[in-house]
Design a protein around this ligand. Structure first.
Ligand SMILES: CC(C)(COP(=O)(O)OP(=O)(O)OC[C@H]1O[C@@H](n2cnc3c(N)ncnc32)[C@H](O)[C@@H]1OP(=O)(O)O)[C@@H](O)C(=O)NCCC(=O)NCCS
Length: 387
C-alpha cells in the first residue's frame, strides 16, 4: 500500500444557488481544487463523485460521466458513489484506495448536491430514501422524526436537555459566521433555537441542518509524488468505513451509532492514535443531537456527557476539542453528497493553517466523521499535516 496525500482542495460557496445548476457548482469546486494543486486536467487519471439523490432532485443520473464531460476530463475513469449523506466520505475512501493500491496516480474526488430546485416536501421524500422506505418512511417518519426519536431517548437515559442541544447550534453558527463558504453567516443565541418552530419534537428548525446547494472537491496523489506539487501535503493516515442495520427499530440502542463506534475503532487502530491525539474534528451534525452522539461515540466524551460538554464550551474553537470549525452541517449547510468532501476540505485548511478567523492553533491531526441516513453507513478519516 502506498501513502496517500491531499494536494489540492476547493469548494463552492454553500447556500441557495438560484443562478447556477448542478454541473456549474461541481465545476466551480473542481477548478478550485485543481488550481490549488497546480495540476492540469491531463495529469488526472481517475475521478469519483459522491452524490446522493441527483435523480430525484434534478432528474439527472449518470453523474460520473456528466462531470467528466463538463470538466473536460474524458476519457478518464469516472465513477458515481452513493451512500446517502455519507456519499462524499465514501467517495473519498474510494479515491484513497485507488491511489493506495497503485491502480491510479492522480485522482479527483468530488461531492455535490443541488437540493433547492424542488419543494421541501420533495426533498424530504428524497432524503427519506436513506432510511427504511417500507418500515419508516411509508409509515410517516421523516428524517427529523427519526433523529427526534434518538433525541428523546438520549434525554430520557442521560438527562440531556433541549438547551444543551441548542448550544450545539449556537456554536456551529458562531463558526459558520467565520467561514466565507458557509450558508449561514449569522450568529444565534440559545433563545433563537428554543423559540424556533418545532419540526419533530424535541427538534426545532434551528436543531436541523438546512437544505443546501453545494459542491466540494479534492485532489489525491501518492505522498511521494505530492511533494513535487505542494509544500503542504496532507497525509491520509486512516480511512475506515462501517455499516449498521438500516431501520431504527432493529437497533440495539437509540443513543449511539454502532457504525460510528466501529469505524472509529478501526481508524484509531490504523493511525495508531487515540481520541486525545485529535486536534480538530468535523462531525456529522445533521441534527444537534447527532453531534452530541458523535462526540460520545468517537470517544471525545463519555456516553451521556456530550450535551453537558457542548453546553460547557468544550467543543468551541478554543475548547478541549474544537468540533465543526466549518460551521458543521448546521451552519455551513448540508448539500448531502458534498458534505463528506467539505469536511475533508475544512480539515485540510485547518492543518495547512489557512482557516483564518476559525483557525485552531497548532492543529496537526484532524478527523472527519460522515454518516449516511440515520447511521447505517459511517466513513471516518484521519488526516495529518505532512510537512
Ligand atoms: C427544517 C426544515 C424542515 C425547514 O424547511 P422549510 O420549513 O421549508 O424552510 P424554508 O426553506 O421555507 O425556510 C424558511 C426560513 O427559515 C430558514 N431556515 C430553513 N431551514 C433552516 C435551518 N435548518 N436552520 C436555520 N434556518 C433555516 C431559511 O433560510 C428561511 O429564512 P428566510 O425566510 O430568512 O429566507 C428543512 O431545513 C429540513 O428539512 N431540514 C432537514 C434536512 C435533512 O433532513 N437533511 C438530512 C439529514 S440526515
Amino acid at each position: 500500500m502506498r501513502d496517500v496525500a491531499i494536494v489540492g482542495v476547493g469548494m463552492s460557496k454553500f447556500g441557495e444557488e438560484w443562478n447556477r445548476g448542478f454541473r456549474e457548482i461541481v465545476i466551480d469546486a473542481g477548478k478550485k481544487a485543481l488550481n490549488d494543486a497546480k495540476i492540469k486536467g491531463e495529469e488526472i487519471d481517475g475521478m469519483f463523485v459522491g452524490t446522493m439523490a441527483a435523480g430525484s432532485l434534478i432528474g439527472q443520473e449518470h453523474v460520473g460521466a456528466l462531470i467528466a464531460d463538463f470538466m473536460g476530463l474524458t476519457p478518464i475513469a469516472s465513477t458515481r458513489v452513493e451512500a446517502a449523506c455519507a456519499s462524499g466520505g465514501v467517495a473519498f475512501r474510494q479515491g484513497y484506495m485507488a491511489i493506495a493500491s497503485g491502480l491510479h496516480d492522480c485522482v479527483v474526488v468530488g461531492g455535490a448536491e443541488k437540493m433547492t430546485d424542488v419543494s421541501t416536501a420533495s426533498v424530504s421524500d428524497a432524503l427519506g430514501g436513506a432510511g427504511d422506505q417500507e418500515w419508516e418512511l411509508f409509515m410517516g417518519a421523516t428524517f427529523p422524526a427519526l433523529y427526534a426519536f434518538m433525541a428523546k431517548r438520549h434525554m430520557h437515559e442521560y438527562g440531556t436537555t433541549e438547551e444543551q442541544m441548542a448550544s450545539v447550534a449556537v456554536k456551529n453558527h458562531y463558526n459558520a459566521a467565520r467561514n466565507p463558504c458557509a450558508q449561514y453567516q449569522n450568529e444565534i443565541t440559545i433563545e433563537t433555537v428554543m423559540k424556533s418552530k418545532v419540526v419533530a419534537s424535541p427538534l426545532k428548525v434551528f436543531d436541523c441542518s438546512p437544505i443546501t446547494d453545494g459542491a466540494a472537491a479534492v485532489v489525491l496523489m501518492p505522498l511521494e509524488k505530492a511533494k513535487k506539487y505542494t509544500e503542504k501535503p496532507i497525509k491520509i493516515i486512516a480511512s475506515a468505513q462501517a455499516s449498521d442495520v438500516i431501520a431504527l427499530h432493529s437497533r440495539r440502542s437509540l443513543t449511539e451509532l454502532a457504525a460510528t463506534k466501529i469505524a472509529a475503532k478501526k481508524a484509531f487502530a490504523q493511525a495508531k492514535l487515540t481520541p486525545k491525539d485529535i486536534d480538530v474534528c468535523e462531525v456529522h451534525d445533521c441534527f444537534t443531537i447527532a453531534e452530541i452522539m458523535a462526540i460520545e461515540d468517537l470517544g471525545f466524551f463519555k456516553k451521556g456527557e456530550g450535551g453537558k460538554a457542548s453546553a460547557e464550551g468544550k467543543t468551541r474553537l478554543d475548547g478541549e476539542i474544537p468540533i465543526n470549525t466549518s460551521g458543521g452541517l448546521k451552519g455551513c449547510g448540508h448539500p448531502v453528497g458534498a458534505t463528506g468532501i467539505k469536511q475533508i476540505v475544512e480539515i485540510a485548511w485547518q492543518l495547512r493553517g489557512e482557516a483564518n478567523q476559525r483557525q485552531v492553533k497548532d492543529a496537526r491531526i484532524g478527523m472527519t466523521h460522515n454518516v449516511g441516513g440515520s447511521g447505517a453507513t459511517c466513513a471516518i478519516h484521519i488526516l495529518e499535516k505532512g510537512f
